[in-house]
Design a binder for this molecule. Structure first.
Ligand SMILES: [Zn+2]
Ligand SMILES: [Zn+2]
Length: 387
């Protein structure tokens, strides 16, 4: 079965909503106008309940099916926040907000879920309830966690969560999913290497933190290659190397390194973390310096349930008429993991075609996938909550 007819008719509206959201991007929890826009639409569609302020600026709408004897409630989630990027797409609906851009397609995710909300509120061909979840702060703010801590599961009695993200490089409108471990846990670390600054021409009087840090950056790569079982997944990336000088003839006092650890396995995570500490300390000390380390646990592993993955796959196939692809594990992170840790469910990818990657200033969400994504949501509800 192809895209639901109603979504072909709704297409122009969904596109207009997306362009409006795209033009007015907001960061993190500051999705004030976006949340208001979403709230207004959901009320206009006649959803049974529309609640705001869940997880600060999160919005949740509840729609009851024609029947509600199953007692089942499923949650569909879209993210609403943008990124601190200066848009370079030259679109006629480019960002009105300098330095802020919907470069991850969350405008599209929000519009697709609004499309589904309109359809579900109109038709109600299901048995149970659907919670439509519009989340702020996916990009590093843990908005999903805040919504969970605000009682999302208990308030609405949600038993299953479903999420969707567009994927550049994946065939336009094609779905891809993986059962079990899907997105990695993402932790961050800051290492301050403290040496002794001085004149570049008198290195013997200094403790050079650049030399120590250079050695350390190289050594941190031995964690993946020499400490962790090669059959396990791990990434250690140092992404910032910053001195406290701007000169070409002063040896700095301090170098700050910032980076990220990506893992799927608790033991691997603990071993790699311990090794980051021990290497930093011992290498700094070997050169007469000192290491100060800060390690922060980030988004946990995102795991799809086996049976919900199978259902998501077949729903996607029904919508597109094409086989759903088996995705590989992704070392990126998703805060939807907090929802999947609170209840079972599945997260799926929808192909955005051959476009620049997400988080690029030239990234463009492809409008052609809007009705496909909305249809997936609608079909998923009618399948999971069959009349
Ligand atoms: Zn993103
Ligand atoms: Zn995203």
């Amino acid at each position: 079965m192809p895209i639901k007819n109603q979504f072909s008719e709704l297409f122009e509206h969904i596109k207009t909503w997306r362009h409006h959201i795209h033009q007015n991007p907001e960061l993190m929890y500051d999705t004030i106008e976006t949340s208001k826009f979403v709230e207004t639409k959901l009320k206009e569609f006649g959803c049974d309940e529309v609640l705001t302020g869940i997880g600060r600026t999160g919005v949740v709408a509840l729609i009851e099916g024609k029947k509600n004897i199953s007692g089942k409630v499923i949650g569909l989630r879209a993210d609403m926040d943008a990124l601190p990027i200066q848009e370079q797409t030259n679109l006629d609906y480019s960002s009105n907000n300098p330095g802020v851009m919907h470069a991850c397609g969350h405008d599209g995710h929000t519009a697709m879920l609004l499309g589904a909300a309109k359809y579900l509120a109109d038709t109600r061909n299901f048995n149970g309830k659907v919670a439509l979840i519009f989340q702020p702060a996916e990009e590093g703010g843990g908005g999903a966690k805040e919504m969970i801590e605000d009682g999302l599961v208990e308030k609405f009695n949600i038993q299953e969560f479903y999420g969707m993200h567009n994927m550049p490089g994946l065939e336009l409108g094609r779905f891809s999913i993986k059962s079990g471990d899907f997105f990695a846990a993402a932790d961050t670390f800051i290492i301050r290497i403290v040496g002794k600054g001085g004149h570049a021409a008198k290195p013997q009087e200094t403790i050079d933190p650049i030399l120590i840090s250079s050695n350390l950056v190289m050594s941190l790569q031995s964690i993946a290659s020499r400490n962790i079982n090669p059959t396990k997944d791990v990434v250690v990336s140092v992404c910032t190397f910053q001195t406290d000088t701007v000169s070409y003839n002063v040896i700095p006092e301090i170098v700050t390194l910032k980076g990220t650890l990506r893992t799927f396995d608790k033991d691997v995570q603990n071993n790699a973390k311990d090794k980051i500490f021990s290497l930093s300390k011992s290498i700094a000390e070997a050169y007469g310096g000192k290491a100060e380390i800060e390690f922060n646990y980030g988004y946990p592993v995102m795991k799809n349930s086996v049976d919900d993955t199978e259902i998501a796959m077949s729903v996607a196939e029904k919508v597109t008429g094409k086989k759903t692809l088996n995705a590989e594990k992704i070392m990126g992170a998703e805060d939807f993991s907090y929802m999947l840790n609170s209840a079972k469910g599945a997260y799926i990818l929808i192909g955005n075609g051959d476009t620049p990657s997400v988080h690029s200033p030239t990234y463009i969400f492809n409008d052609e996938i809007l009705p496909i994504g909305s249809s997936y949501w609608a079909e998923l509800v009618e399948t999971k909550l069959q009349l």
